[in-house]
Design a protein around this ligand. Structure first.
Ligand code: BTN
Length: 263
C-alpha cells in the first residue's frame, strides 16, 4: 500500500475497512476509470479511487475539469445506493459530505451553490459529478487545494482554491467516510437540514437559464428530492438539476459582498 492509500484509510476510519482504495499517479478521469472497472465487473462497491492528476477530467454539462498535479484532489467513489434512491438525494448527500470533510480538515466553512458546487470566499473550490450506471453510482469529486502556478485557466470561470496545506489522502478518506455514513441513512431529514444550512440562497433572487432563456426567480427552499423551489411571475415551481443552470459569477459576487460585510 502506498503512502496516499494509507492516509486515505486513516480518513476513512477503522469502521470502514470494507472500502477498497486505490491511488494512481495519473489517469484520464477517475470517473471514467471506475465506470469501466465497474461495468467489467472488476470492482465492487464501495470503491475509492484517487489520482494525482487527470488528463481528461470531466465536469457537469460536458465541461472539462482542469486537473493539474499537486494542487488538487481528484477522486471518485463507486457506491451502491438502496434501489429507488433519487439522484437528487445522492447529489445533496455528496455536497454535505464534502463540506463536512473540508470543515474538519481545514476549519473553512464552504457554501453550497445549488446544486453541488462548493464555494469559499466567493470562488468555486469544488465540483461534483455523480453518474449513474447499471452497477450503481460513481460520485466524482474535484477539490482545488492550491492555486496552480500561473493561476486557473479562463475556462475555469469562478474557480479558486482552499489555499491550505491539506493531506489529500486524508481529505479523500474523510469525504468517502461521510458519504458512506450518509448513505446508510439516505432518507434521514438531517441530511437535507445540513444541506439547507450551507446553501444560503433561500430568500434571494437568482438568474437561471432554461432552454437557452435567462429568467429570474425568488428561491423559496430546497425540496425533499433536492430540487430548488422558486417563485416567479408564473407562480411557484421546482428547478431540477440538469434542466437549468445558475450562473456561478452571480453567486460569487453576491457571496463576496456578504462575506465582506461579515468580516
Ligand atoms: C463540475 O464542477 O462540473 C464537476 C467536476 C467534477 C470533477 C471530478 S474530479 C474527479 C472526477 N473525475 C472526473 O473526471 N470528474 C470528477
Amino acid at each position: 500500500m502506498n503512502q496516499l492509500e494509507e492516509s486515505m484509510r486513516r480518513g476513512l476510519g477503522g469502521a470502514l475497512e470494507r472500502v477498497s482504495v486505490r491511488a494512481l499517479v495519473q489517469v484520464d478521469s477517475t470517473n471514467l476509470r471506475l465506470k469501466e472497472e465497474a461495468r467489467a465487473g472488476r470492482i465492487r462497491p464501495p470503491f475509492l479511487l484517487m489520482a494525482d492528476s487527470q488528463t481528461a477530467g470531466r465536469g457537469r454539462l460536458g465541461r472539462r475539469f482542469v486537473s493539474p498535479p499537486e494542487t488538487g484532489l481528484y477522486m471518485s467513489l463507486f457506491i451502491s445506493p438502496p434501489p429507488e434512491t433519487e439522484s437528487g438525494k445522492i447529489t445533496i448527500l455528496s455536497a454535505v459530505a464534502v463540506c463536512r470533510a473540508i470543515e474538519e480538515a481545514t476549519g473553512l466553512r464552504p457554501k453550497i451553490k445549488w446544486v453541488n458546487d462548493l464555494f469559499v470566499k466567493g470562488k468555486k473550490v469544488c465540483g461534483i459529478l455523480a453518474e449513474r450506471i447499471d452497477q450503481g453510482v460513481i460520485v466524482g469529486i474535484g477539490v482545488n487545494l492550491l492555486t496552480p502556478p500561473g493561476g486557473f485557466p479562463p475556462e475555469a470561470g469562478a474557480a479558486g482554491a482552499l489555499d491550505k496545506q491539506v493531506d489529500r489522502g486524508l481529505l479523500a478518506g474523510l469525504i468517502a467516510r461521510y458519504l458512506l455514513e450518509g448513505l446508510e441513512k439516505i432518507g434521514d431529514p438531517s441530511i437535507l437540514d445540513a444541506y439547507r444550512a450551507r446553501m444560503p440562497l433561500v430568500g434571494r433572487q437568482v438568474r437561471y437559464v432554461r432552454n437557452g432563456q435567462e429568467k429570474t426567480a425568488l428561491v423559496t427552499g430546497v425540496a425533499q428530492d433536492g430540487g430548488l423551489m422558486i417563485e416567479d411571475e408564473n407562480g411557484p415551481s421546482v428547478l431540477r438539476t440538469g434542466e437549468v443552470t445558475l450562473g456561478s459569477e452571480q453567486f460569487a459576487q453576491g457571496w463576496r459582498r456578504e462575506e465582506a460585510q461579515n468580516e
